[in-house]
Structure formats: C-alpha cells, structure tokens
Design a protein around this ligand. Structure first.
Ligand SMILES: [Zn+2]
Length: 331
C-alpha cells in the first residue's frame, strides 16, 4: 500500500496553492509534509513517497523558480527518508508527467529525459528503495521514465492515467500500454489518479490479464461514474455557481467517497487481481485506513476505528441511557 494525494491534502490544509500545484511546502513547511507522511503510515501505507510530484524543471519554470529545483527535490527526499527510516517503511522517489512530452517532437523527448535523469539521480543519491513514475498520459513518456529509472539500477512502479477515453494520448489501450511497460522491465504497472473507484475498477481486470507483474490501482476517492468518468469531468448542479461550472480541483468536496466505498473498491480490485494499492488526489488518512482494513490489516490507526456501540443515541450498549436510545428517531 502506498499513500498518495499530497497535493490535494496539503492544499486543503492551506500549505499549497491550487493551480500550478508545485510542492514548495517541502521547503516552506517541511514539518507539515513530515506530519502527512507519518499520518499516511499510521493509516497503513507501507511506503513513504517523496513529495516531488510536479517538482520538475518545467513546473518550476512556469512559476519562475528554477533556482529551487534541486533544493526542493533534495529536501523532499530527505523528509521522506526520515519518516521511512523512523517507521520501518519503504522509501520511494517520484517522477511524473512533465507537460513537455510531444510524441511528434524528438526535442521534447530529450528535454523529458533530462528532467527525469536529474530527478532520478537525486532520488538514487538519497538511497530510495524504488522510484514511482506516475500519472503518465503518454505511453511514450512512461517508457522514458522507466528507461531512466532502470538506467539508475532502481526498481520501478510505472502508473498511467486512464482519461475520459481509457486509452493513452498516444492511442494505446491500458492493457497494451501496461503490457509494453512490463515487457520493458517495469516491476509494477497500473493506473493512478483521475478516475474514481467506480470507473477505474472495470479497467483493472484486463490489465491483470495482460501482464505477469503486480498491477497497481490508485484511484482518486471521488464518485465518478460512466457519464463523468474522471474528476475533471464531474459537474456539480449545486447551489453555488462555479468558475466554468467545474468543481475540479477545489470544489470536489460533494463528490468525495466515504471510507466504506473505498473499502468496497479495495475488495473488488483485490478480487480482480490487483496487488499494489493506494489512493491519489483527494485521499485522506481515513480512506487509507479503510483500504488497509479491507486488505485484512490493522494499521496503528485501527486503534481508533469506529465503534458506535457506546454512542449516546445510536449505541446498543446497555450502559447507554435508554431514553436517549429511544430519542434516536427524533434526532
Ligand atoms: Zn492524483
């Protein structure tokens, strides 16, 4: 299990700006990143993933802060390593979609390769156990990520995005793309982000069938459905008008899955053959704990898993006052 979703959670907590979504929090408030790493481990994560998502050359160019590229990456790795060391969990590096890759333009391939090489280099120097390459919409870009991770002699988890149409932007089906990555040596392949449990689940079985390496599933915990299969596609008819009518990314709250939906997804995905679990943007520790428990685990946070038996109105325990139990239907 690997807890993710750092961007959205730290944005909600007021330490990261939505939009460019660059994790400057790593330098400005490392203690908040440390705390969230610990909370995800407490809730069941086996991996502490360095918060270097979007901490690449292109994003820092866009916000005009190229100068913090290396310090940000090194600090993120250090913060994650400290928590992994302190909790006995795995320590993972992270590279992701660049926004630069263009299948038709070989110059962009060189640029992407350079971006991945510097980030994977810093991760290798920090002593990561493996590198997660994630949120790739192009198979071509995922291949480059995998190539660079393998050149560094590191194990890899390579994750693709299944968008509105479940094919890569370079036109490959998810099973074929995952199979291609597995054949090129990826240790784990699968899907992350963008789709919620209901619209990611049907894609998983065919991927499991297509590959002989472990398959990963890290949906966003939002109630996507057949008509609106991604969190970008969700539309909220609620009372407050939204900019462009879009709840993504800062008004998705009404669509958040509750923990039991996450547990249900976990059991179904496991039955479909998924072996690497996690949650992406929007996830909070209670979701992760539900996932862990659905896998039969009892992470430290399970000590506080719900027990309504002594609730003042809903509890069935004889110590609960009867008058309050009877008042339940009038609440
Ligand atoms: Zn995500």
């Amino acid at each position: 299990m690997c807890g993710e979703g750092y961007l959205f959670e730290l944005e909600r907590r007021g330490y990261l700006q939505a939009g460019a979504f660059v994790p400057e929090v790593v330098l400005e408030h490392p203690e908040e990143v440390t705390a969230l790493h610990r909370q995800f481990v407490h809730a069941g994560s086996d991996v502490v993933e360095a918060f270097t998502y979007y901490a690449h050359r292109e994003k820092l160019r866009v916000i005009g802060k190229d100068g913090i590229l290396e310090p940000l990456n090194r600090r993120a790795l250090e913060v994650a390593r400290d928590v992994a060391d302190g909790t006995g969990t795995l320590f993972a590096g992270n590279i992701c979609n660049t926004g630069v890759y263009d299948p038709a333009d070989p110059e962009t391939h060189t640029a992407v390769r350079e971006m991945f090489t510097e980030q994977v280099g810093w991760a290798a120097e920090a002593g990561v156990d493996f590198v997660i390459g994630e949120t790739f919409r192009y198979l071509g870009e995922a291949r480059l990520a995998l190539e660079i991770i393998r050149e560094a002699g590191l194990a890899s988890v390579v994750l693709l995005v299944a968008g509105h149409e479940p094919i890569t932007r370079d036109g490959v089906t998810m099973p074929d793309a995952c199979s291609d990555l597995a054949a090129r040596g990826a240790d784990v392949v699968g899907l992350n982000c963008v789709r919620g449990p209901a619209t990611m689940l049907p894609l998983l079985g065919p991927i499991v069938e297509a590959v002989d390496v472990p398959v990963a599933a890290l949906p966003v915990p939002y109630r996507t459905h057949a008509d609106q299969p991604t969190f970008h596609a969700l539309r909220d008819p609620g009372p407050t008008a939204l900019s462009e009518g879009l709840p993504f990314p800062t008004a998705l709250d009404p669509f958040v899955c509750h923990r039991y939906e996450v547990a249900d997804f976990t059991r179904r995905a496991r039955a479909a053959g998924v072996r690497y679990f996690g949650l992406c943007c929007g996830a909070a520790p209670h979701h992760l704990r539900a996932m862990a428990e659905a896998l039969g685990r009892t992470p430290p946070a399970s000590r506080y898993s719900p027990d309504m038996s002594k609730h003042v109105y809903f509890g069935a325990n004889p110590l609960v006052r009867r008058a309050n139990q009877e008042f339940r239907s009038s609440l």
